[in-house]
Design a protein around this ligand. Structure first.
Ligand code: SAM
Ligand code: SF4
Length: 385
């Protein structure tokens, strides 16, 4: 077994509020003009952490991730209270990664040192673009300068930081993207997340797209933009370790690796998902999405669960393939065989090999090739059939 297969346990905490809703975003994020009762939400987080720990006691937490929404709207004291609750119910590893997603405005940057004192040791900033016009089109509330200033504060406050960019934006050419990405890499630490703009259903971007008022790059340009991303990042020492994530070796986001390596994690807060191992079975958990309903549920029952399904062996195996094959390290075939009770079909592996869509790593793991990534879903469907 390699390091990838060592069992890890992560805790995800969802903060569901934002100052405004970006027109491309379909995350569980809400705008509340009347303000939110943070102390009340912190108590609910602590209650839900306690309820989860009662189901999966004795775990050692290797990663905690505050995602959103905009968790950088939380007060550092709230973060500290949540981290206390986690430490009260589980053991937290001495080298645990504690990440907070932050929007890159000057207001949030002023809180970074408070977050560090509270126990956060990594931030992930949503820079999105280094071009003010593109930022305005994306409905962002910050300029490129402001975002880069926030990155500089993050760099001075934390040993580890990352930022996100969205590419394949309307009208973007591979040349423009290469130059924007090169500028971004000059500001990057050990990690960057680079997402192709996705038109999510029921968003303002989806309506504009359907009306022909927002044109995303065609297949060929999107492919060229993807290839540019891989080339420029690899040349700067941050190769892709996952479809959209790039890191210097050792700088990978350990929390996200828990998802992709199909390890165990607790989901806390509105609309959070979890995967818990109870009595030899894997449970897929989901909490109530609407913040106010979640709060009332937690206050009434001690948790906000609305879904708790035991995954069938087949579902577990499909998830293992779908997640693991996103990673450049690929999957351990023996771990798959153990989960599935049978090996993957050698004839299917051979056919996909022949088409150049998968390959075997020197360590004997199975992974998707660069040409295979754009058709990952089809590769997984074929292997799982
Ligand atoms: C949950 S968001 C939170 C980040 C933070 N609230 C912010 O916006 O700065 C995580 C990331 O998902 C990416 N994202 C969200 N919607 C997307 C979309 N439709 N297409 C591509 N990337 C998207 C953005 O890069 C964003 O930073
Ligand atoms: S992209 Fe970030 S700031 Fe914008 S709505 Fe989504 S979660 Fe909120």
């Amino acid at each position: 077994m390699s390091d990838a297969d060592d069992e890890k346990f992560g805790v995800y905490i969802h903060w569901p509020f934002c100052l405004s809703k970006c027109p491309y975003c379909d995350f569980n994020s809400h705008v509340r003009h009347t303000g939110v009762d943070e102390a009340r939400i912190a108590r609910a987080f602590a209650a839900e952490i306690g309820a989860t720990a009662a189901r999966v006691p004795g775990r050692t937490v290797s990663s905690i991730f505050f995602g959103g929404g905009t968790p950088s709207l939380m007060q550092p004291t709230t973060i500290a209270a949540v981290l206390d609750a986690v430490a009260q119910h589980w053991t937290v590893a001495g080298d645990a990664e504690v990440t907070l997603e932050a929007n890159p405005t000057s207001v949030e940057a002023t809180r970074f040192r408070g977050y560090r004192s509270a126990g956060v040791n990594r931030v992930s900033l949503g820079v999105q673009a280094l071009d003010d016009r593109a930022l305005a089109e994306l409905g962002r509330l910050h300029s490129a300068r402001e975002a880069l200033d926030a990155v500089a504060v993050a760099r001075s406050a934390f040993d580890r930081y990352s930022f996100d960019l969205i590419y394949a934006r309307p009208g973007q050419t591979p040349q423009q993207w290469a130059s924007e990405l090169t500028r971004a890499l000059a500001e990057a630490g050990e990690h960057l997340s680079l997402y192709q703009l996705t038109i999510e259903p029921d968003t303002p971007f989806a309506s504009l797209h359907a009306a022909g008022k927002l044109k995303t790059p065609g297949e060929d340009t999107a492919r060229a933009l993807y290839d540019t991303t891989q080339e420029v990042c690899a040349a700067h020492g941050l190769p892709a370790y996952e479809i959209s994530n790039h890191a210097r070796p050792g700088g990978e986001c350990r929390h996200n690796l828990i998802y992709w390596r199909a390890h165990e994690y607790a989901g806390v807060g509105p609309g959070a998902h979890g995967r818990l191992d109870i009595d030899g079975e894997r449970h897929a958990t989901a909490t109530e999405k609407r913040p106010e309903s979640w709060l009332m549920r937690v206050e009434a029952r001690g948790h906000g669960l609305v879904g708790d399904d035991v995954l069938t062996r087949e579902e577990r195996c499909d998830e293992f393939l779908l997640m693991g094959l996103r990673l450049a390290e690929g999957i351990d075939l023996a771990r798959y065989a153990e989960l599935a009770g049978r090996a993957l079909d050698p004839a299917r592996i051979a056919a996909l090999h022949e088409h150049g869509l998968i390959e075997t790593t020197p360590a004997g793991r199975l992974r998707v090739t660069m040409p295979g990534f754009p058709v990952l879903d089809a590769v997984v469907a074929d292997l799982a059939a």
